[in-house]
Design a protein around this ligand. Structure first.
Ligand code: ADP
Ligand code: MG
Length: 704
């Protein structure tokens, strides 16, 4: 039996959180920091020095030997450089433990190797990390010992954002300012700050580490590049919410404990749809903290899996033929005094502020649908959005029956007079209570669904940072609020003006609302008729970053400069090309060095068998001959495809970097990869399992 865990006691024990700061910092210093956080101000060096000192003492008590500025460059993962707290030895050979305000506030990693998309040439490699004191520092314990991690933003010498966090923080300022304007219109003079709240649900797969290590595709690319379907996939729906097996339960327990200690409120865990797929969701929190916490969650899942002899796959599509993994990004707007601007109340038709907020969000999502889709683009997510086995990549909004009804009333008459009520669910069993039902049902197929008091953006990929999707959401909604306020602040009759604006927003952007089955073939046609974009791949979506209205919006709200957007587009093209390049090379490697030799061995054993049988005087060898013939044909097909893949791969590398190369990888190299995969997966179904050089899909998914 495992020891009991006192969750309340361990929660946040490794976080330099508000309670610790209040306890340890001089009152004046604590106040100064709180004011700076509340008013988005900078911190002076004296205050920083005092905070740094207390932080150091606290971290050393936790066993920390090093500190690191923990940041999120454009690679999508986190980066860190560790420095020990020690000073130079004195004349007696002794060292002191030191950590100054300057070291806390600013760091200077040698940044030349991080992608900057042309923002910074390698010869002027200066990059700075700056403490984001709105996200608390924490101590992380792992094989390296204990390390004080300081969440930071990462900028170039000239102040351009080289990371995910800086634009996110800027977008939070934008949405704060515009939301305050909006609620002031409705007479709210008491709320001081509006913050986007975010709760991301993280999906992942677990496989046995020993089997993982026998698959070069998983090692190099995070997904399987070959693999025939096992006899059973996810068709029985027996994994979803199924009993969690003991090995997995033990893993989840340790993940939770680690996360709780670092102040991450891991809350929900369950099995997901595909075999070996699971989910973890924390309780929602402020957007920038949620982004940091999501990175901590991904790292912790990986680290703890290793401790349990497993590997955690965060790739969006580790296996063909079963569900991929995403990250449902739940988003709402909360005031500092606890009001959720997306809460419709019991009678939404009377909640005029909510209806304005809703209509603004609808208009923002419709206007910037392409950009929103782009924010979820990464090479792995191409398999989840718009691909063969995936739902279409069309942005639409699900509102549910109740709100859709209100919206229809508003569009037709400019007035909504009733809201459909919640019903009662009669269970038909006397001993069970009758339950009151929600006013809206769920729709699992919508990429942007209203779920009670929040929107759930479901396109985000499982491995990706949620930084960009939230930056985009915050900014497009800030723009819609700003447009609304510009108009309403000057209106003579506010109530009429609000009604007109809601009606206008809804009528103009109604086309983006869709409550039906988003996975159906009919929806693709219907969406096309409505003029909604269906951007099928990452490469197709990148230009959305540079569209004129996108650039104008981001510059207006000081979230991205044009140069920063250009750099992101470049980094993404490069990232795409590099990813597919590695996948293609891995396929070539596996096919040439493992699979083809294995198939040849199998052919040899078949031929020897045929000869032996004939020598024994039996003439009937039709089964063996047929197998040999089939194998040989498939091998020829595979070899031809391999040659072709090698050629396209060489050609790709000779193309100009950026869009042309990425497009070629998408259109030609990916196709060549599929052509190679097909005969090899069929060979796997023929060749003796003992001879196949790697674990099968069945071994990976059903024997964890
Ligand atoms: P679901 O109904 O989608 O399963 P849950 O209640 O389990 O929803 O929540 C899923 C995620 O959404 C969790 O991370 C949760 O904390 C988060 N969430 C809940 N309410 C809000 C909100 N108002 N704003 C943002 N995120 C929220
Ligand atoms: Mg959900």
């Amino acid at each position: 039996m495992q020891e009991n865990v006192n969750v309340a006691e361990i929660f946040g024990e490794n976080v330099f959180n508000d309670a610790i700061m209040q306890e340890r910092l001089p009152k004046k210093v604590y106040r100064r920091l709180k004011d700076a956080i509340a008013n988005d101000e900078e911190l002076d060096l004296d205050t920083a020095d005092m905070i740094a000192h207390e932080m150091k003492v606290w971290a050393i008590e936790k066993g920390a030997t090093h500190f690191t500025h923990w940041f999120q460059p454009l690679t999508g993962v986190t980066a860190e450089k560790h420095d020990a707290f020690i000073t130079a030895p004195d004349e007696r050979g002794k060292v002191l433990m030191s950590f100054s305000g300057k070291e806390l506030i600013k760091g200077e990693p040698d940044a030349s190797s991080f992608p900057s998309g042309g923002l910074r040439a390698t010869f002027e490699a200066r990059g700075y990390t700056a403490w984001d004191f709105t996200s608390p520092a924490f101590v992380r314990q792992d094989a390296a010992g204990a390390t004080l991690c300081i969440p930071t933003a990462f900028c170039s010498y000239t102040g351009e954002a080289l990371d995910q966090k800086t634009p996110l923080l800027r977008s939070m300022e934008a949405i704060n300012m515009q939301s305050l304007r909006l609620i002031r219109l409705f007479g709210n003079t008491t709320s001081k700050k509006v913050t986007p709240s975010v709760g991301p649900e993280q999906e992942y797969f677990l496989v046995d580490a020993k089997k993982f290590l026998q698959r070069k595709d998983l090692i190099y690319t995070g997904r399987t590049l070959f693999g025939a379907m096992p006899p059973k996939g996810q068709e029985m729906d027996d994994h979803y919410f199924g009993t969690i097996r003991q090995r997995i339960a033990g893993f989840m327990r340790d993940v939770n404990i680690e996360l709780w200690k670092m102040g991450v409120s891991a809350k929900t865990q369950h099995n997901e749809v595909a075999p070996a797929q699971h989910e973890l969701a924390p309780i929602y929190t402020e957007a920038n903290i949620a982004v940091d916490h999501n990175q901590i969650i991904m790292k912790t899942l990986k680290r703890v899996a290793c401790q349990h002899g497993m590997k955690c796959l965060l790739h969006e599509k580790p296996f063909a033929g079963v569900n991929g993994s995403g990250k449902h990004n739940n988003w709402s707007l909360t005031t500092d005094d606890g009001i959720n601007l997306l809460d419709p109340g019991i009678t939404p038709h009377e909640n005029i502020q909510f209806l304005l907020v809703l209509s603004c969000i609808i208009s923002a999502v419709d206007k910037h649908a392409g950009l929103l889709r782009e924010s979820a683009a990464d090479p792995g997510n191409d398999f989840r959005l718009g691909a063969n086995e995936a739902p279409p990549a069309i942005i639409s909004i699900f509102l549910g029956e109740q709100l859709e009804d209100v919206v229809e009333q508003l569009i037709s008459t400019g007035n909504a007079t009733r809201s459909k009520k919640c019903g009662t669910l009669h269970t038909g069993v006397r001993t069970l209570p009758d339950l009151s039902t929600d006013a809206t049902d769920r729709n699992r197929t919508s990429p942007f669904a209203f779920t009670g008091n929040k929107f759930e953006f479901r396109m985000v990929g499982s491995r990706d940072s949620i930084g960009m999707p939230n930056t985009v959401l915050n900014t497009i909604v800030a723009e819609a609020f700003c447009d609304a306020c510009d108009r309403l602040e000057n209106s003579k009759n506010l109530v009429d003006a609000v009604h007109d604006l809601i009606k206008e927003n809804l009528s103009e952007h109604q086309r983006v609302i869709f409550n039906g089955n988003g996975y159906s073939r009919e929806w693709v046609d219907e969406a096309e008729r409505r003029g909604l974009a269906n951007i099928r791949s990452m490469v197709d979506s990148i230009p959305e970053l540079l569209k004129e209205d996108t650039v104008t919006m981001f510059e207006k709200f000081h979230v991205f400069t044009k140069a920063e957007l250009n750099s992101r587009a470049e980094v993404q093209y490069e990232n795409y090309s590099k990813t597919i390049n590695i996948e293609a090379k891995t396929m070539i490697d596996i096919a040439s060095k493992q699979i083809i030799p294995a198939v040849i061995k199998y052919e040899k054993s078949l031929s020897e068998t045929i000869i032996a049988i004939k020598n024994a005087g039996v003439c009937e060898v039709s089964v063996e001959s047929e197998l040999l013939c089939k194998t040989s044909l498939l091998l020829t097909e595979a070899n031809r495809a391999l040659k072709n893949l090698k050629e396209t791969e060489t050609k790709a590398c000779s193309l100009p970097e950026g869009a042309p190369r990425a497009r070629y990888y998408h259109d030609v190299v990916m196709e060549a990869m599929n052509t190679l995969r097909s005969p090899i997966d069929r060979l796997e179904m023929i060749v003796d399992k003992e001879m196949w050089p790697m674990p099968s899909y069945g071994d990976l998914m059903f024997e964890v």
